[in-house]
Design a protein around this ligand. Structure first.
Ligand SMILES: NC(=O)c1ccc[n+]([C@@H]2O[C@H](COP(=O)([O-])OP(=O)(O)OC[C@H]3O[C@@H](n4cnc5c(N)ncnc54)[C@H](OP(=O)(O)O)[C@@H]3O)[C@@H](O)[C@H]2O)c1
Length: 368
């Protein structure tokens, strides 16, 4: 039985990972910040229930601690930290702000840069030499880099090299890990994820990040103005690298089980999904006809097209990407499963589920 310490434990990826860790007989220490109304323990249990896992899980091996990411010793008592790090642990730093815009830059920098620094300080102070620190990064920290993004450290760059402040902050986070490895002998690793989607086998999708954020905006537009034909500034031939949550969790579990993990691993899909396929699926599941156009000038847009283009301030910068990632270090320790990747059917199933969930929420709100 291993002990895995996870911060940002109630988040989407972390909670799915924790469910699998508990199912496979590991001990989990979950660090969760208190909510406005709920204790960290209640938040953790509620998110496990939401992903449909609480009934079948043995939560005997789960302990939940409140923490404050930016405070000295996470504002935890010394004896609690000593208890958490009593044995060799694998420590996963998941906590991050997924905001991206300039007005949130203070929150993004403090959480994604200072938060990593503090996490490493605490790890170095309390964890044993054999414990490992895993920083959860993003494959999108490649920024606007056009060549194959390798599993190595890249230097910090100014904002002009990235699509947004989130990407920049995650690159800076990686370099804090790098400095700590070089200067303080941190036993540190970086795991970069591409866009994490739902469960590709069942279609169940409990995230509204990335393509689902875009879908939510299209859903709202189609509900208000049904049966319209709307052009969107999306390159139909460009692609999205989407990795199902189950696959991410499998790979993370294999990283825990591997005695020696590579310094950096790109956990990305082998096959990317074309934007055209995503748009065609939305056209099937929603009362709207979206027409993707690579070069759509804002001046030529009608009112509806402008409305949707404003809502695409984040996803819009990812509509012309064809990113390429090296995975050779990952492949040294991680065995891909037979059914790890998305296909046309699973993209359809996830978007259909997601739209169904939005409709159910809308009905519930209307009935309240
Ligand atoms: N989802 C993706 O497609 C994707 C892709 C690439 C990389 N990643 C990386 O994977 C990790 C998890 O992402 P996710 O999608 O699971 O995100 P998520 O659901 O938004 O979870 C983020 C977690 O970080 C915590 N957090 C945020 N700000 C905090 C703060 N100031 N102090 C303490 N905790 C804070 C959140 O706590 P609260 O609930 O209290 O806010 C939550 O537990 C992140 O590092 C992200 O960069 C995700």
């Amino acid at each position: 039985m291993k002990t895995i310490v996870v911060n940002g434990a109630n988040g989407y990826v972390a909670s799915n990972f924790i469910a699998r860790l508990l199912k496979t007989g590991n001990k989990v220490v979950a660090l969760v910040r208190p909510g406005y109304k709920h204790t960290p323990e209640e938040r953790m249990k509620s998110v496990l229930a939401d992903i449909g896992e609480s009934k079948t899980l043995n939560t005997q091996n789960l302990s939940v601690y409140p923490y404050s990411l930016l405070d000295k010793d996470f504002a935890m008592e010394k004896r609690s930290l000593k208890k958490v790090f009593r044995t060799n642990v694998d420590y996963f730093h998941f906590a991050a702000s997924l905001k991206y815009d300039e007005k949130s830059v203070d929150e993004i920098f403090s959480t994604n840069i200072e938060g990593v620094r503090n996490s490493i300080d605490i790890f170095l102070k309390y964890a044993s030499k054999k414990s490992r620190f895993f920083y959860i990064g993003t494959a999108y920290s490649c920024g606007k880099y056009n060549a194959v993004f390798e599993e190595k450290f890249y230097k910090n760059e100014p904002i002009s090299s990235f699509r947004n402040y989130y990407e920049l902050s995650k690159r800076y986070g990686e370099n804090i890990v790098r400095q700590s490895i070089e200067k303080s002998h941190l036993n540190g690793h970086v795991i970069r994820l591409s866009q994490v989607v739902g469960d590709h086998r069942t279609g169940i999708t409990k995230t509204d990040y990335g393509i689902f954020d875009f879908s939510k905006r299209v859903y709202k537009l189609a509900s208000r103005y049904p049966n319209e034909v709307v052009r969107v500034k999306v390159d139909p031939d460009s692609t999205q690298n989407l990795i199902p949550i189950g696959t991410v969790v499998n790979y993370l579990l294999q990283a825990v089980q591997a005695e020696t993990a590579p310094r950096i691993m790109n956990l990305v899909a082998r096959r990317s999904i074309r934007n055209e396929q995503i748009i065609n699926t939305l056209n099937e599941v929603l009362p709207i006809t979206l027409i993707p156009q690579r070069n759509l000038n804002r001046d030529s847009m009608n009112a509806l097209e402008r409305l949707i283009s404003i809502g695409m301030s984040f996803t819009g910068s990812y509509t012309e990407t064809n990113l390429k990632f090296d995975t050779s270090r990952r492949d040294e320790v991680i065995q891909p499963g037979k059914d790890d990747e998305l296909n046309d059917k699973s993209v359809y199933a996830m978007l259909e589920y997601f739209v169904g969930m939005l409709s159910a929420q809308k009905r519930k709100t209307a009935a309240a």
